[in-house]
Design a protein around this ligand. Structure first.
Ligand SMILES: [Zn+2]
Length: 243
């Protein structure tokens, strides 16, 4: 219809009307684009909010479950440290069944690097830019980068770990009715006299320290700092801080 009107105006050389028609068309296109942009923007903001809510839920859950592992594994690390001190003759023999269990389990790295599905999904659809807050976006990218590096490190640590009870059956004697190794019997005095055992123990101890200090603890710190960034953006306040 507008085309017929323009032809009419051109025929009558009514240039003012032609200019007005042109302006109407340009304005129409402009407004159309603006409305489309505005809709897209609004859709993005809604999607962002949805992702952040999911992310918040997943991070809170991970912090709570990971905290128990961090505590248990730092206790185990401390027990292995005490065994090391005993083997080096630096402490009296005050080792008990808990130390023996820590020794028997020193090849077990129980928890995988924590996966956060909402971040994986954002990455897979290439929409990390959806997060409009620069600081939060950087924190998410840092967290993800840490996860990639920690996964590679954990793979290395687990690689050729040693099962001490298998390599040293005379020094760690298992009870065949005890599937958790809680009643393993450790010959501490003989361990101290065996350089082969000391070498194998030191290898596992080093791996365990790396697992605890380079993966579990920093992961917990990253989860907590990501959590506070999300709280800030979502303007959430917790009565009790999740730690
Ligand atoms: Zn929160």
């Amino acid at each position: 219809m507008i085309l017929r009107r323009v032809i009419e105006h051109v025929k009558h050389q009514n240039w003012t009307a032609v200019s007005l028609d042109f302006l109407i068309v340009v304005m129409g296109v402009f407004i159309g684009i603006q409305v489309a942009n505005w809709n897209e923007n609004r859709g993005d903001r809604e999607l962002e909010r949805e992702y952040l809510n999911r992310l918040h839920e997943e991070i809170e859950f991970s912090i709570t479950t990971n905290k128990a592992t961090v505590n248990a594994e730092s206790t185990r690390l401390a027990q292995l440290k005490e065994v090391g001190e005993y083997l080096k003759n630096e402490s009296a023999a005050n080792l008990d069944a808990k130390h023996c269990l820590a020794l028997y389990q020193s090849h077990i790295f129980i928890r995988d690097v924590i996966a956060v599905p909402a971040i994986d999904e954002l990455k897979s659809i290439g929409r990390v830019v959806l997060i409009s807050d620069d600081v939060l976006r950087s924190a998410i990218i840092r967290f993800d980068q840490f996860n990639v590096e920690a996964t590679a490190l954990l793979e290395n640590i687990r690689g050729d770990r040693l099962v001490l009870s298998r390599k040293h059956p005379n020094l760690i004697k298992m009870d065949p009715t005890d599937i958790y190794g809680e009643r393993a019997d450790c010959q501490y005095l003989e361990m101290r006299q065996s350089q082969k055992f000391i070498n194998d123990f030191t290898d596992n101890f080093g791996r365990f320290r790396a697992y605890s200090d380079l993966i579990l603890s920093p992961q917990q710190e990253m989860l907590e700092s990501l959590h506070s960034e999300i709280d800030r953006v979502l303007e959430l306040k917790h009565e009790v801080t999740i730690k």
